[in-house]
Design a protein around this ligand. Structure first.
Ligand code: NAG
Length: 147
């Protein structure tokens, strides 16, 4: 019984590899993936965008009843325009990626897609960024992270 429980935890730990990161964990990861200054956007802005959209929960999903689309991952990438989840009507899949690949602590696919989004639409594509980050002093988002 004990061994079984233990196995269960190992299984969970290796399959559900997403979680809510701390600000600095997320900022470091974002920097490692080349987001600092990408397309003229500071690292603070990328971190704030993820905070505003998901609070750094890499498993975050949000369903939009209006167009029956879903937003995926730390930057809440939308299935109507950017990724394929096989259930969104009239979807484009602009990033040529499965939405499920945008979830979890490996943010590689999310970063590739947000780089395309910012090139095509700018940061204004993120409603959360417009509300929470745009035009603000974002120094708190990297404070004490030693980056
Ligand atoms: C932003 O705020 C910090 C303190 O919170 C301050 O040190 C810094 O000068 C501010 N930056 C700008 C551009 O106002």
């Amino acid at each position: 019984m004990k061994a079984l429980l233990c196995l269960g935890f190992i299984f969970l730990a290796t399959t559900v590899h997403g979680r809510t990161m701390t600000k600095c964990e997320f900022a470091r990861l974002a920097k490692e993936h080349g987001l600092s200054g990408y397309d003229g956007v500071s690292l603070e802005n990328w971190v704030c965008a993820a905070y505003s959209e998901s609070s750094f929960n890499t498993q975050a999903t949000h369903y939009n009843p209006g167009d029956r689309s879903t937003d995926y991952g730390p930057w809440q990438i939308n299935s109507h325009y950017w990724c394929n989840d096989g259930k969104t009507p009239n979807a484009y899949n602009g990033c040529h990626v499965q939405c499920s690949e945008l979830l979890g602590d490996d943010i590689t696919k999310s970063v590739k897609c947000i780089k395309q989004i910012v090139r095509e639409q700018g940061m204004e594509a993120w409603v959360g960024w417009r509300k929470v980050c745009q035009g603000r002093n974002l120094s708190d988002y990297l404070r004490d992270c030693h980056l």
